[in-house]
Design a protein around this ligand. Structure first.
Ligand code: SF4
Length: 363
């Protein structure tokens, strides 16, 4: 079910549940600032099942991403996958590339009915990836798990962070995405929250060049490409199409296919807070006391994020705001206002003479 087929004012296309912030790794970009121990106030197994029941209330085939930290750090992860599958949810998982992600563990989650496994690859060599993940051996363990998924018939997604430290690696990582038969490459443009504040984002002009390159890659690739926290990929693709030098991409860029924080995307934290995204830590409420469906549909925060006319600055003046709208998470991280302009975007709408965003993160 592609995003364009759902009404994102009624339900998210992607509902992420951060099962835990516990993880063996301490990656440089970690939004969750992952900890070695589980938080005592995490949603329990029973609360998690109630959350999955509520997710089902959004409608058939709701996509649920079990995230972390490392979601497999919890020993009820497989039980929760099975529970969601039994209720007709499309369950996916983003485990960490550690020694505990064995071939047997991958087979176990595949047998539980998982629909997709997403693994992070942030470098094309052990030095680059392990340096970023701050864990020797993670590169090899990630590739082993990816091959185990392929052998188990489990569709694979590769997630890659784009920042100054990784951007030169992208062409070589793209080769791995191909070789591993991944179905989707999710390219995340760094938002300076959590540990990610110690990394340098690429500058706006470079970000646009990367997105132009991704449009070219998409034209040839057997896998899909989606950007995360960079909806201006749709603006870049539309500009290429208009120039007549490029083919449309498979997601039909130009239609309202994309999802952004609060508009097709929602994030439940390990303690039950509902955020528009994991990179926009402004809670609309808590699923322990509030209805997940009600918060998504009716909370003022989520409603404002779905209104392109509520956007401020140059995003508010931009003719692409209905197909792009900018990263609300990056606007929040850099200004404290989720409706302000996205500083990663170099585009200035014709005739716009207002202030241009600063790229410095807010305190
Ligand atoms: S100015 Fe804002 S809405 Fe326009 S393309 Fe850039 S990020 Fe998107």
């Amino acid at each position: 079910m592609p995003p364009r087929d759902i009404d994102t004012s009624r339900r998210p296309f992607v509902l992420v549940w951060e099962l835990t912030q516990a993880c063996e790794l301490a990656c440089k970009h970690c939004r969750a600032e992952a900890q070695p121990r589980r938080h005592p106030d995490e949603l329990t197994t029973e609360e998690g099942k109630e959350l999955l029941d509520e997710a089902r209330a959004f409608g058939e085939n709701q996509l649920v991403v079990l995230s972390g930290g490392d979601p497999l750090y919890r020993d009820d992860a497989v039980e929760l996958i099975e529970y969601g599958v039994d209720r007709g949810l499309r369950m996916t998982l983003t485990p960490s590339g550690t020694a505990s992600l064995s071939r047997e563990r991958v087979r176990e989650v595949a047998d539980a009915g998982l629909r997709r496994l997403a693994l992070s690859l942030d470098g094309a060599t052990p030095e680059a990836h392990d340096g970023f993940r701050q864990e020797a051996g993670s590169f090899r363990q990630t590739l082993d798990a990816a091959r185990a998924a392929r052998d188990a018939g489990l569709p694979l997604q590769i997630n890659t962070t784009v920042c100054a430290e990784t951007v030169e690696q992208l062409p070589a990582i793209r080769e791995f995405v191909d070789e591993l038969d991944a179905v989707l490459w999710s390219v995340f443009f760094l938002v300076p929250v959590g540990r990610g504040q110690v990394l340098d984002p690429v500058d706006p002009a470079r970000a646009d060049r990367v997105m132009e390159w991704l449009v070219d890659v998409q034209a040839d690739a057997d896998f899909g490409i989606k950007t995360t926290e960079a909806p201006q990929y749709r603006r870049v693709a539309m500009q290429r199409q208009r120039s007549g030098t490029e083919t449309p991409d498979r997601d039909g860029v130009g239609r309202r296919t994309g999802i952004t924080a609060g508009d097709g995307f929602a994030f439940v934290s390990h303690t039950g807070e509902l955020y528009p995204s994991g990179f926009l830590p402004e809670p609309a409420g808590n699923v322990r006391r509030d209805s997940l469906v009600g918060l998504y549909r009716d909370s003022p925060l989520f409603e404002s994020l779905r209104d392109p006319d509520a956007l401020q600055g140059k995003c508010g003046a931009c003719e692409f705001r209905n197909v792009c709208g900018g990263s609300r998470s990056r606007a929040y991280a850099t200004t404290g206002d989720p409706l302000e302009s996205d500083p990663l975007c170099p585009y200035v709408p014709e005739g716009y003479e207002g202030p241009l965003p600063d790229v410095t993160p807010a305190d």
